[in-house]
Design a protein around this ligand. Structure first.
Ligand SMILES: [Zn+2]
Length: 546
């Protein structure tokens, strides 16, 4: 299985010395880079696909190598300072307010405008999108990013998430947005400034497109694209290297279960509450259940089950007594947050707590019903293994993944928010029918048909075939990293790349490294930030300079 795509990708760094060059003195670096460039070209494109440069032209070209090395050295301090300034704008969505109307976004727009004017770059404010431009001409290259971020749970950070933390962890820059997606904005801006300063004539106008609503609502960006036709060639920096040519379809499945808060069962311990999670696209780190009337034997049994869980950790906390004088016990689960498109990198606190609760047979309550549903239909796996026949996979795009993101009380109901990411291989209607069958089958089996509600929104996967710049991006990556067997890959995340022509992602995170965007420990290493600056500069030269 998983013969290709990210699941079968075995990237390795070649050991050939000199190929992976890091901030060396210019002269020796250039010699090594030329040598690496020549050897990278010997074999030509691996897949024989179309390329933008004439056959035999080295990529990166001499100019790309020169300017990218220079950007790395000259731009190092600037890119970090710029990133610090961008992180300081707490540009997450507040419900009830359009991002474009919130002061944090307006302040960032004003800042970017000033920065671009000082750098000699064009700037256009479209409200929910800003566009930074370099050059003129009708042929255009789009660089697609976003300036909004996910919220951050400040209590989980060593320092303020909206102040770039350069000291807590040596070599790392920690802060909300450093990976997703303000680091890439900073790199693109500094690269464009370097390109402007050197003054080479351009064959493509460069447009850095910064969306302000990628994390919350894609409609404003789609409206922007309808009014402002995007460039025919686009590179997004919102995923990972080497080049992402496919993205799974985003699906939201919402299951509500109604029922009594408690059965009022005399003498029996009852499960009266079960909630957790922060937002749908994050693997939840926290969940909590409230149990009333537990005796010592039950607490001991739950503790033993908790000890047997090797991934999540649990704490048991006395919480006074209820109105009937019965002791209240809080059981808290702690998992590990991660981007929900990569559930294998997280530990889901809600599903692990459900598995713990399922070791006891509770009297009927909505929390007990939900715990049972979560345990029986979702489980602690990440591939919908228990969810009817929802699981499937595509040879290139990999398997469908499942992440239960949120569990909230909503009046008489408990509502579970489930995020699926689906590859090619089945139609939307087929997936909808599988989900319906899994949920309705369960509720019928449990005699809860009237208590369970289901809403679903099943998105389509995105796949780019034959984009003309893919080979240029691959060669850029191979050259600058020394990873010579890099090949296109598919990801679970959904990015704006899917909304623009020939939209592929190029970085910013390295294959095999954990993606820290959306987590409560978001960081980029200083070295990676400079690698990104170098590669963005390099591709700009090869794709935009005459
Ligand atoms: Zn992003």
């Amino acid at each position: 299985m998983n013969g290709s795509g990210r699941w079968g990708l075995a990237l390795r760094r070649t050991a050939a010395c000199g190929v992976r060059v890091r901030g060396l003195a210019a002269a020796s670096a250039l010699l090594l880079l030329f040598a690496a460039s020549a050897s990278a070209q010997d074999g030509g494109p691996q897949d024989g696909g179309p390329r933008l440069a004439p056959a035999g032209t080295a990529i990166p070209g001499e100019k790309a190598i020169m300017l990218s090395s220079r950007a790395r050295v000259r731009g190092a301090a600037d890119v970090e300072a710029l990133l610090a300034d961008l992180v300081a704008f707490d540009t997450f969505h507040r419900s009830g307010t359009a991002n474009r109307d919130h002061p944090s976004f307006q302040a960032m727009t004003a800042y970017l405008k000033d920065w671009c004017e000082a750098a000699g770059l064009g700037f256009a404010d479209h409200g929910s999108v800003v566009v930074v431009t370099l050059g003129a001409g009708s042929d255009r290259l789009g660089l697609v990013t976003h300036g909004d971020v996910q919220p951050a749970d400040a209590g989980k950070w060593a320092a303020d998430p909206f102040t770039l933390d350069v000291t807590s962890e040596p070599g790392r820059l920690v802060g909300r947005g450093v990976e997703d997606d303000k680091g890439p904005i900073a790199c693109a801006l500094v690269a464009m400034r370097e390109l402007r300063r050197i003054g080479w004539p351009l064959r493509r106008r460069v447009e850095l497109i910064v969306s302000y609503t990628e994390e919350s609502d894609w409609a404003p960006f789609q409206e922007f694209l309808a009014r402002n036709p995007p460039p025919p060639l686009n590179v997004a920096f919102d995923a990972e290297y080497p080049v992402v040519t496919a993205e799974k379809g985003w699906c939201s499945v919402t299951v509500g279960i109604a029922g009594p808060e408690a059965a009022g069962a005399e003498g029996d311990a009852e499960l009266v509450a079960f909630t957790g999670g922060f937002f749908l696209s994050q693997v939840p780190e926290d969940a909590v259940a409230t149990i009333v009337g537990a005796d010592d034997a039950l607490v001991d049994a739950l503790r033993a089950a908790a000890d047997a869980d090797e991934e999540a950790t649990f704490t048991f906390e006395d919480d006074g007594v209820d109105e009937g004088g019965r002791p209240r016990l809080l059981v808290r689960a702690r998992g590990l947050s991660a981007h929900s498109s990569k559930p294998e990198q997280g530990v889901n606190a809600i599903t692990h707590l459900a598995a713990l609760l399922a070791t006891h047979d509770w009297p009927d309550s909505r929390a007990a019903r939900m715990a049972r549903f979560v345990d029986e239909r979702l489980g602690t796996g990440r591939l919908a293994e228990r969810f009817g026949d929802v699981a499937y996979e595509d040879p290139f795009m990999g398997p469908l993944t499942l992440s239960l993101g949120t569990l909230r009380e909503d009046g008489e109901r408990l509502v579970a928010g489930i995020n699926l990411r689906r590859p090619e291989g089945r139609t939307r209607e087929e997936v909808e029918a599988s989900v319906r069958w899994a949920v309705e089958g369960w509720s019928a089996e449990r005699g809860l048909a009237d208590a369970v509600t289901l809403e679903q929104s099943i998105g389509d996967p995105h796949r780019v075939h034959d984009a003309p710049h893919v080979e240029v991006l691959l060669q850029t990556f191979r050259h600058h990293t020394g990873i010579t067997d890099a090949a296109p890959l598919s990801i679970g995340g959904g990015t704006h790349a899917r909304l623009v022509p020939n939209g592929v992602n190029f970085g910013p995170s390295m294959p095999g490294e954990p993606y820290t965007g959306h987590s409560e420990h978001e960081f980029v290493t200083r070295e990676q930030l400079l690698d990104n600056l170098e590669m963005v500069t390099s591709l700009l030269v090869d794709l935009a300079v005459k």
